[in-house]
Ligand binder design. Structure first.
Ligand code: FES
Length: 114
């Protein structure tokens, strides 16, 4: 794993997300009650900025058309036809959020069954 330092934890308030662009990649990091989760920022429907969505439980609601995505898996919660988002391992060390940008992947449904 290759961890990239992103920001201090206090820069992402609870139940909110923040966008981060690194080269061609734009991710959204969410603070889910002190647990930090990272997904691709662009909604697979029409590119809505998920970082601006409302966090409900461990899901985010796209601010444009209301589709829900699970922040742990990147999978759509309600719209079965929507594509999945890549998720990125995220951890906190000494008050800094770190993300493994090399490990982003779409969740495989077979993993859910395992
Ligand atoms: S752009 Fe996200 S639901 Fe349409």
């Amino acid at each position: 794993m290759t961890w990239t330092k992103i920001t201090r934890v206090e820069n992402i308030p609870p139940r909110e997300g923040r966008p981060v662009r690194i080269g061609e990649l734009e991710i959204a990091i969410f603070n889910v009650n002190g647990r930090f989760l990272t997904i691709e920022n662009a909604c697979p429907h029409r590119g809505g900025p998920l970082c601006d969505g409302i966090v409900t439980g461990t899901a985010v609601v796209c601010p444009l058309h209301g589709r829900h995505f699970d922040l742990e898996t990147g999978m759509p919660v309600r719209a079965a036809e929507a594509k999945c988002l890549a998720v990125f391992p995220t951890r906190v060390e000494d008050g800094v959020v770190l993300v493994d940008l090399t490990a982003g992947r779409a969740f495989n449904e077979s993993e859910a069954a395992a």
